[in-house]
Write a protein that binds this ligand. Structure first.
Ligand SMILES: [Zn+2]
Length: 59
């Protein structure tokens, strides 16, 4: 129980750091997250692509 919660927190932290890295790479270190392809701002850290780039990849 404790371990799975710990892992979830670690994963959330990793996602946050990855999102921050994408934002920094896009030239906006103040953003939470940025699209890995086009560099537009993303409001949530869950995704690495914006809707446009995500749609393009799925189709
Ligand atoms: Zn994009």
């Amino acid at each position: 129980m404790f371990e799975s919660q710990y892992n979830e927190e670690m994963e959330a932290e990793v996602k946050r750091l990855e999102a921050q890295t994408r934002a920094t790479n896009a030239g906006h270190p103040e953003w939470l997250n940025a699209c890995a392809l086009c560099g537009s701002e993303l409001m949530e850290v869950e995704n690495s692509l914006c809707n446009q780039c995500g749609d393009r990849r799925r189709k």
